[in-house]
Design a protein around this ligand. Structure first.
Ligand SMILES: [Cu+2]
Length: 184
């Protein structure tokens, strides 16, 4: 674990997800959550098509004692969105990181809000953008899957939540085992 993995204060979307999870509420896959101006109470709106298509999600397996691992997926927003937060019951922290070469050194940086331009697929992949899962609650074994909740915000400030699952796999599922560029 590198020191650049800082604890991230979850945003509003996470609180909504958490409150609903505590209340035992079940949400449609793409329930839209909005907030009235000046009111702290979230409003649950009618179900709408998912604001963002999440495809080919997978996460590297972990061994007992391992604290973190990387998750990957493709995100395509219908209209411009930002990915503002992520959470999983199997990880204490889930945040977007970016890998970049700094001279000869590969460095990792926390991306607070990930821009998703309309209609353009943004790929989280080994060696680039990735979802960092930290403070793992249990080892992630090949063939199992990790529930993941993503909160997006559009340009009008409307938040929506998409539930997905990441397949635990040593490389891109269905592809050749990918090169180990990024180990935690
Ligand atoms: Cu990372």
């Amino acid at each position: 674990m590198t020191s650049s993995c800082q604890k991230h204060i979850p945003g509003f979307g996470f609180s909504v997800a958490l409150a609903l999870a505590i209340a035992g509420a079940t949400l449609p896959a793409s329930a839209q959550v909005a907030r009235e101006a000046g009111s702290a109470a979230p409003l649950l709106l009618v179900q709408a098509p998912a604001a963002v298509k999440v495809e080919a999600g997978w996460v590297r397996p972990s061994v007992p004692g391992q604290q973190g691992t990387g998750g990957y997926m493709r995100l395509t927003a219908r209209e411009g969105q930002q990915l503002v937060s992520a959470s999983s019951p199997l990880a204490g922290v889930a945040e977007v990181h970016e890998m970049k070469m700094d001279g000869d050194v590969m460095r990792m940086r926390h991306v607070g809000k990930l821009d998703l331009p309309a209609g353009k697929t943004v790929e989280l992949k080994p060696g680039g953008l990735h979802l960092m899962l930290m403070d793992l609650k249990q080892p992630l074994t090949v063939g199992s899957s990790v529930p993941l909740s993503l909160v997006f915000r559009n340009q009008r400030g409307v938040e929506s939540r998409v539930e997905t699952r990441l397949l635990v796999s040593p490389g891109v599922p269905g592809g050749a085992a990918s090169h180990e560029l990024h180990k935690h």
